[in-house]
Design a protein around this ligand. Structure first.
Ligand code: GLN
Length: 491
């Protein structure tokens, strides 16, 4: 069996039929990781028990016990999700020694489905970034060209999957962190509707925006993985009790008669790269050939998505990150004599040393926006506009099944190019943040390659709980994609 080409379902079926063992599959991907990771720095922690866990799945199969739909399939997890007994750092020094006593619900569900967690993946510190350059554990590189960023914040997930160090990965998306790196690394990434997937056990960045989702090789793998991780969770009161559709069984690339909207506001926005534009226009041509209909629609408030997002995300982050104080857990600065230091100085020194520059910038921005006198003018105002944005989207979805757009204004950029220019970095999120603000599902599917050999994807955004529709359109695009069968430089 060609494990580099095989789908998650076919590998899991083969494991269940004992054509290949879970241990063999796991060994294969662990060996690839060992060989490729030094060049990419995608994995920052390995699960020492991965092989033993694979053997346990094989034993269950031997005994005829039932195993789940991901039996024996290796998965890498963004190091923002708690994994019982495996260090979880959020790529921050402040959580350097944190070993969670429990699994995030997403991890519990993957394990219950038989997946083998091989390790933890690199990210921007606390998921704040678009390039994976703010990680305390070093930059991660893009397998298509290691001089380029893999995107962020789930850069490790995208790079590991793109270089096939694993069969599937999980990322999180607060303002684009699944879709943007998936786009930069030529893989499929889906951010589910807010409330589809439990946030329990995910290190919180901006709680009203955060969602976890699959970052995998194909739309079919995305549908199957999504099905496993969705669902009501008592431990996260914002999860929806809607039943999870059988995304993978219902998957079709038939888009005949589907109505796809193109946002007027995105025309001419953000200096679109010519190759990205060509890719976008090609996608429209292919979908028209397949029988989809296009219409121009308008969501005027998307113009303010980036400022709204950075106000809300930084505010929530400043509150969420208050818990890292060096008292309860995580890193604590070295003090010669604790009895002689006052509490404020204790916090300041620990947090000053424990957080990186970008995280500190966001904490300061957020604290400012939430401070008395500014709360109404900034945070509250942004929340009000956010609600109006959501209503504008709902109007648009009365007319169309999904929206199509580029994911980012350009393909991956070079390492070091934007890291000292936060504003340019933030503007990278121009097409992705509105989806989170409105709680909508969104995905990125690879579609073309730039002349310099970097992947370019297409973004699809659906109405609430309409993941199936965007998966189906993505499946049609995947069929017509010119990246199909192409492999990155580091492979
Ligand atoms: N780039 C965005 C930010 O820095 C998105 C991050 C994310 O989705 N986690 O906040």
């Amino acid at each position: 069996m060609d494990l580099l080409q095989a789908s998650i379902k076919s590998v899991s079926d083969a494991v269940k039929e004992k054509k290949i063992s879970a241990a063999e599959v796991t060994k294969f991907f662990l060996a690839r990781t060992e060989r490729l990771n030094p060049q990419l720095n995608a994995f920052i922690m390995m699960n020492e028990n991965a092989l033993a866990e694979a053997h346990a799945i094989d034993n269950k199969i031997q005994k005829g016990e039932s195993v789940g739909p991901l039996a024996g399939v290796p998965f890498g997890i963004k190091d923002l999700l708690c994994t019982k007994g495996i260090r979880t750092t959020a790529a921050s020094k402040i959580l350097e020694n944190f070993i969670p006593p429990y699994d995030a619900t997403v991890v519990t569900r993957l394990k219950k489905a038989g997946a083998i967690i091989t390790g933890k993946l690199n990210l921007d510190e606390f998921a704040m970034g678009s390039s994976n350059e703010t990680s305390f554990y070093g930059k991660c590189k893009n397998p298509w060209n290691p001089d380029y960023v893999p995107g962020g914040s789930s850069g490790g997930s995208a790079a590991a999957q793109s270089a096939r160090m694993t069969m599937g990965t999980i990322g999180t998306d607060t303002g684009g962190s699944i879709r943007q790196p998936a786009n930069f690394c030529g893989i499929v990434g889906i951010k589910p509707t807010y409330g589809r997937v439990s946030r329990y056990g995910i290190v919180a960045y901006a709680s009203s925006l955060d969602q976890a989702g699959p970052m995998v090789s194909t739309v079919e793998d995305a549908a199957l993985t999504l099905e496993v991780i969705c669902g009501k969770d008592e431990k996260d009161s914002t999860t929806s009790s809607k039943t999870t559709p059988a995304f993978s069984n219902n998957l079709t690339s038939n888009v005949k008669g589907m109505k796809i909207g193109l946002l007027k506001e995105y025309t001419g926005a953000g200096n679109l790269d010519v190759e990205v534009e060509k890719n976008y226009l090609n996608a429209i041509v292919e979908l028209k050939k397949a029988g989809a209909e296009f219409l121009e629609v308008s969501v005027p408030l998307t113009e303010f998505a980036v400022p709204m997002y950075y106000l809300i995300a930084a505010s929530e982050a400043s509150s969420n990150l208050a818990r890292y104080d060096g008292v309860k857990y995580g890193f604590r600065s070295k003090f010669n004599d604790l009895s002689s230091i006052n509490l404020d100085a204790f916090y300041a020194q620990t947090r000053g040393e424990g957080f990186g520059a970008e995280v500190k910038r966001r904490i300061m921005l957020g604290t400012y926006c939430l401070s008395s006198g500014y709360y109404d003018a900034y945070y509250n105002k942004a929340c009000q506009v956010r609600r109006l944005l959501r209503e504008q989207y709902l109007e648009v979805f009365k007319k169309c099944d999904a929206l199509l757009s580029p994911v980012t204004v350009s393909p991956a950029f070079k390492i070091g190019e934007r890291v000292y220019d936060p504003l340019t970095m933030y503007l990278n999120d121009i097409f992705t943040t509105a989806t989170n603000l409105a709680g909508l599902p969104g995905l990125s599917v690879p579609f073309g390659l730039s002349s310099s050999g970097l992947p370019i994807g297409i973004q699809l955004t659906g109405s609430h709980f309409e993941e199936q529709k965007i998966l189906n359109i993505a499946s049609a695009l995947e069929t017509a994609s010119s990246v199909k069968g192409k492999v990155p430089l580091v492979y």
